[in-house]
Write a new protein. Structure first.
Length: 226
């Protein structure tokens, strides 16, 4: 369970796992989980391309800013549904060297709604764990459909997602079992704060499910690492 805080706790009557955006919009910028680095395979893929990169669900932009420093061949746009996080990201970007900051932009937005970008305008879309917390199956399909429309011909989706973990962590097995009657979906549970308050719904994928979802939306899965 996650020991994060949020601006307002959720009541049982508020629970809706079909759309994750309202949960994330309520989090403080500091409470949004953020990875400090990318998987080596994703870094390798980034090094082989250039152009425009979209970081969907960028949070407070710490990783996005690091990518702008490390990969000068990209113009990068970071989008997140949490406006406080985007404000934090913009402040961070303003402190960067001008040659880096001019290639980096942040905007608030819901990844499953209309993204303010031209179709087929990105060579790379980065999606770090967002697919696991975006909401129910329809929201996952909608998100991948949006991404497919934004990618240029030959573009790449660099994706990481949470995997089903009941076989390696008994705590997750208990979480799945406890929350399935409410979420209505196997491997979907509620991440909670240290005091038990619900933060957001999370879905853990099995590989076949994730591959099938990507293929359904027109993606050619080239690499799948655990």
């Amino acid at each position: 369970p996650c020991g994060r805080s949020m601006a307002a706790t959720l009541k049982e009557s508020d629970l809706d796992v079909s759309d994750g955006a309202p949960y994330w919009a309520k989090l403080t910028a500091q409470a949004i989980p953020s990875k400090a680095q990318l998987h080596p395979a994703l870094l390798t893929a980034l090094g082989k391309s250039s152009g425009r990169l979209l970081d969907l669900g960028c949070g407070d932009g710490r990783l996005t800013a690091e990518l702008a420093k490390s990969f000068p061949a990209y113009e990068i746009l970071g989008i997140d549904v949490n406006e406080a996080a985007i404000a934090f990201a913009k402040d961070r970007a303003a402190l960067l060297d001008t040659t880096i900051a001019e290639r980096l932009r942040f905007e608030p937005g819901d990844a499953t709604a209309q993204v303010k970008a031209e179709p087929s305008s990105f060579q790379v879309v980065l999606l770090q764990l967002v697919l696991s917390v975006i909401g129910g199956p329809e929201q996952r399909r909608r998100l991948l459909g949006r991404i497919r429309a934004l990618l240029a011909d030959g573009g790449q989706l660099l994706l990481s997602a949470s995997g089903a973990s009941e076989d390696i962590n008994s705590e997750y097995a208990e979480l799945y079992k406890r929350d399935e009657p409410t979420t209505g979906e196997r491997y979907t549970y509620f991440s909670r704060s240290s005091d038990g308050a619900i933060l957001y719904p999370t879905h853990h994928f099995v590989e076949e499910e994730l591959r099938g979802l990507l293929c359904e939306q027109g993606f050619d899965v080239q690499i799948c690492l655990r």
